[in-house]
Write a new protein. Structure first.
Length: 445
């Protein structure tokens, strides 16, 4: 009887820690993505005019998105840095560092002087801070997913549990757009002068909350067991590149079906909508806000669906749907009808949620625990160079050359198709225990 009671008490403690780990992952990623998306949103609305006032509107948009892309180029760097420390000293320590790095850079963006105040140095400061943001986000994803995944003891709910850190993306997007909408309303005509700065500065409060939550979480049992058994990898980054290059490459390629369209739906849409279609920025902000609300429900649902149908099947479903979604998005936006514009933006949340809610478990399960932070982070963040970062720039260039949105829809379809094909080559570990060193590592995938 005492043994049974102790066992029950231990199970109860594990469940409580799992809940705390999921909350810490979700809240932390929500805050970090608030910081990242705040920059994305303001880029399309403010930065071209504030930091490149002498450029043609389309050229200024391209210049602003080039700075925006710097954050994506930095993300693999952050993945390598924090992947190393996450696999060497622990998931928790790496996550505390990424939150601090991201938060400080974001607050400082709110104080950057414009071109009218210090000339080109304003754009240079933005570039540096955006790079620091990218390093922070690059290290964040892998740790937040593993914090939740490695406290989970059942493969039957792993997809659902790891979808909650993904929930941080629409939550951050929602908060960022809500902040911009709120201060756009409060500041009115002064939004361009000072209203856009306040949401960046206020992120300091969110960072303090995130740190308080993360500091109260224990290290994951998987990492603790590796440390106790002296099985930590001395150089996890080069080792995972050597042992599992295929898994890293496929993890990056499957994200083309998700990351490319997402940053067109939620970042490029502001410049396209306000510059090319002359739509009200308030309409676009509200539409993207609704996009985020749909994803708040759809992402956990997709994670649950992946536990039932399997990771690959669920991901393939979302990627296939994304092939046609770009055409629907552009056609509805080009009507300029407010209701159809909102519908076009919000519809994109459905296929994106299906792939994004499944993505965390699908990618993380490909890697052995002693190199999982490094492998999953590098694979995930390499997509930032080929998908998320270039997406708004390529979309802006396509429109500048062809003066129509159809090539943008074709671009989305091509990326979704590449992601679909890459998914076919991934291994589905939906029904296997991945908490220990396991057989598929020996295949050196």
């Amino acid at each position: 009887m005492p043994i049974a009671e102790n066992f029950s008490e231990s199970e109860s403690q594990d469940r409580a820690m799992l809940l705390r780990a999921v909350i810490a992952s979700t809240v932390g990623t929500s805050i970090e993505w608030y910081d990242f998306f705040l920059y994305s949103t303001v880029t399309g609305l403010v930065f071209a005019k504030a930091f490149f006032p002498n450029s043609d509107p389309l050229v200024g948009t391209l210049q602003a998105f080039l700075i925006y892309a710097v954050g994506f180029a930095a993300r693999p760097v952050g993945a390598a840095i924090f992947g190393h420390y996450g696999d060497r000293i622990g998931r928790k320590a790496a996550l505390v560092a990424t939150l601090l790095l991201m938060g400080i850079a974001t607050v400082l963006v709110g104080f950057v002087p414009t071109y009218a105040q210090i000339g080109i140095w304003g754009a240079i400061l933005l570039t540096v801070l955006r790079f620091i943001q990218g390093i922070g986000v690059g290290g964040e994803w892998g740790g937040s997913v593993l914090l939740a995944m490695e406290w989970s003891k059942s493969h039957r709910s792993r997809g659902f549990i790891t979808s909650w850190p993904q929930f941080g993306v629409p939550a951050g997007l929602f908060l960022a757009n809500l902040a911009v909408i709120g201060f756009n309303f409060v500041s009115g005509d002064k939004f361009f002068e000072w209203g856009w700065r306040v949401p960046f500065i206020l992120s300091a409060v969110l960072i303090a909350v995130g740190l308080w939550i993360r500091l109260g979480i224990l290290e994951t049992p998987v990492f603790a067991r590796l440390a106790a058994d002296n099985r930590l990898e001395r150089a996890p980054v080069p080792e995972v590149i050597k042992q599992q290059p295929k898994s890293i490459l496929l993890s990056a390629l499957i994200r083309l079906a998700e990351q490319t369209p997402f940053y067109i739906f939620t970042a490029f849409v502001f410049s396209y909508g306000t510059t090319a279609l002359k739509l009200d920025k308030g309409l676009l902000l509200n539409a993207v806000l609704l996009f985020a609300v749909v994803e708040l429900f759809a992402i956990p649902l997709s994670g649950h669906l992946s536990d039932r149908l399997g990771r690959k099947r669920t991901y393939l479903l979302g990627a296939a749907l994304m092939v046609v979604t770009g055409f629907i998005f552009i056609e509805l936006l080009d009507t300029r009808s407010p209701a159809l514009v909102v519908l076009g933006i919000v519809f994109g949340a459905i296929p994106h949620s299906i792939v994004y809610g499944t993505q965390a478990s699908l990618i993380a399960e490909q890697f052995t625990p002693r190199m999982r932070y490094s492998g999953s982070s590098i694979g995930y963040q390499l997509a930032s160079i080929i998908a998320g970062g270039p997406a708004p720039i390529i979309a802006a260039w396509l429109f500048a050359v062809y003066k129509t949105g159809t090539p943008i829809a074709l671009y989305i379809a091509l990326c979704a198709l590449i992601g679909f094909v890459a998914t076919l080559f991934m291994t589905d570990y939906s029904n296997k225990d991945v908490s220990e060193e396991y057989a598929h590592v020996a295949q050196k995938s």
